[in-house]
Ligand binder design. Structure first.
Ligand code: DAH
Length: 339
């Protein structure tokens, strides 16, 4: 029996040592130490031994079991170690390989200039408001002193949702919405999309952008209007820029004007870009009509104000020498990546 035990021991140790996977190791364990294993069989047969032999063989068998178990444990740890080493070898990452470049988005030129306008006007104490593009006829026209039969509606034909709801043709309805909600002093700009039923060409689009401005307080005069808009023009175009105001007509301001700024190309001398004028028109403006103040519950005897509307596209086209408005809306990367 002693003989048998030492054979079992050396056979088991050899098998355990050669096991190259967890499964093989487990198979070896079952073969020797399992319920029907070789060592277990010996222990079962011990009943046949004499009383002197039994403890000797019993002790020996226990030693053999302990040695096999120890070998299995050792081998288990070694296998796990080898597995990690193998993974480290085969799963290395070559950090010197060039990465895949993600194209970074850039700010749209319309936004670049819009954010500049925000800086200029918030620097003068204006806040920024936004309002709906689908607008009531009342706000877009009626409250701005443009009744249903007014000829000013012809130049601002738009898309009608129904008789009373339109896509706004201007950001001026934000004047009314602001004055309804807020009492003077008011200093606000309102940027956003506006719509007109114009055919698309290099200078027209059915969708474009305006920035509305409104100031209402006690004692506001045309001098405040001119001063504020001149500062705006100089901040945007540079200190050498000059402005001029031409009388104009808008139903919701009285008096009304258009403001021109010296042509950025010829600086006032006259060139093909400004059609020999030396100036380029950039906005409409005026003193808020007393009727408009009244409609909003603001007493025109106590308060006065000025308003202006800037066309964003025109300014951006001048800035970057863009000659076709359509480029802004086509999402063509060849265009957009230039800015
Ligand atoms: N809303 C006018 C337009 O789209 C522009 C404008 C003119 C706005 C004079 C104003 C203003 O606030 O005072 O043609």
């Amino acid at each position: 029996m002693k003989e048998q035990l030492s054979q079992i021991l050396s056979a088991a140790l050899a098998e355990v040592e050669h096991a190259s996977s967890k499964a093989e190791l487990e198979a070896a364990r079952v073969k020797y130490l399992g319920k029907k294993g070789e060592l277990t069989a010996i222990l079962r047969g011990m009943g046949k031994l004499s009383a002197e032999e039994r403890p000797v063989i019993g002790q020996l068998a226990n030693e053999v079991r302990a040695k096999i178990e120890e070998a299995i444990e050792r081998e288990q740890a070694e296998l796990a170690q080898r597995l990690i080493a193998h993974k480290l070898q085969t799963e290395t990452i070559d950090v010197t390989l060039p990465g895949q470049k993600l194209p970074l988005a850039k700010r749209h030129p319309l936004n670049t200039v819009l954010y500049e306008l925000y800086d200029i006007f918030t620097g003068m104490g204006f806040s920024i408001a936004e309002g709906p593009e689908v607008e009531l006829d009342y706000y877009n026209f009626e409250a701005l002193n443009i009744p249903k039969n007014h000829p000013a509606r012809d130049t601002q034909d738009t898309f009608y949702i129904n008789d009373n709801i339109v896509l706004r043709t201007q950001t001026s309805p934000m004047q009314i919405r602001t004055m309804e909600k807020q009492k003077p002093p008011i200093r606000v700009i309102a940027p956003g999309r506006v719509y007109r039923s114009d055919a698309v060409d290099a200078t027209h689009s059915p969708v474009f952008h305006q920035i509305e401005g409104l100031v209402v307080d006690k004692g506001i005069t045309m001098g405040d209007l001119k001063g504020t808009l001149e500062v705006f023009a100089k901040r945007l175009y540079g200190e050498e820029a000059r402005v001029r105001f031409r009388p104009h007509h808008f139903p919701f301001t009285e008096p009304s004007a258009e403001m021109d700024v010296t042509c950025f190309k010829c600086h006032g001398a006259g060139c093909p870009l400004c059609k020999g004028e030396g100036f380029i028109e950039i906005l409409g403006c005026g003193m808020v009509h007393p009727k408009v103040l009244s409609v909003c519950g603001i007493d025109p005897e106590e308060y006065s104000g000025f308003a202006f509307g800037i066309g964003l596209e025109r300014i951006v086209m001048q800035r970057y020498k863009i000659d076709d408005l359509r480029l802004f809306y086509e999402d063509d990367l060849r265009f957009l990546t230039q800015f």
